[in-house]
Design a protein around this ligand. Structure first.
Ligand code: GNR
Ligand code: NI
Length: 172
């Protein structure tokens, strides 16, 4: 296992639409292991493969609270089914948009279909933080960031600040 580098917006690779995976093999499990380690190291609750530069439709997640046992979850080729009509706001953040947080309105519940770590097809109901996180990660697979759900003014301001920070960091 290895910690990989997380891409920071406005890196254009974060705008790629990720490709479905053929099936779950040892190479893909190695990627998922690296993603989980990278996510834990960054104190995140979810991570999409494109955030480490791999355009595959793969997500890892762990929603366990502090002091709880780790509860890693893996979603390959996830699809969102039956999003609820009722929506609600949740203050989101993103490891690829460091240090910015804002409310995003999303369906409160959905179903999700996916392949698990063993390649077994599964379906599950999601609500609460799970539903928020699944939809946030699905957005990444489609090249969408949570800031795209904010006003253009807010989005442009955030992306411009991140660009400037990276320019300063690069030039020392
Ligand atoms: O760590 C994360 N926390 C978070 C909080 C609210 C809504 C979504 C998230 S996902 C984020 C990790 C991340 O960037 N995943 O893509
Ligand atoms: Ni994110």
């Amino acid at each position: 296992m290895a910690v990989r580098e997380i891409l920071i917006a406005p890196d254009p690779r974060l705008r790629e639409v990720s490709k479905p995976v053929d099936g779950v093999d040892d190479d893909l499990r190695a990627l998922m292991d690296d993603m989980l380690e990278t996510m834990y190291e960054a104190n995140g609750i979810g991570l999409a493969a494109i955030q480490v530069g791999v355009p595959k439709r793969v997500i890892v997640m762990d929603l366990a609270g502090e002091g709880e046992d780790p509860a890693p979850r893996y979603f390959v080729n996830p699809q969102i089914l039956d999003p609820s009509d009722d929506t609600g706001p949740y203050q989101e953040g993103c490891l690829s948009v460091p240090d910015f947080y804002d409310d995003v309105e999303r369906p409160l519940r959905c179903r999700i279909s996916y392949l698990d770590y063993d390649g077994t097809a599964r379906e599950e109901d999601a609500e609460g933080l799970f539903a928020v996180c699944v939809q946030h990660e699905m957005d990444h697979l489609n090249g969408v960031l949570f800031v795209d759900h904010l006003s253009r003014l807010k989005r442009d301001r955030i992306l411009k600040k991140l660009k400037k920070e990276q320019r300063l960091a690069a030039t020392g």
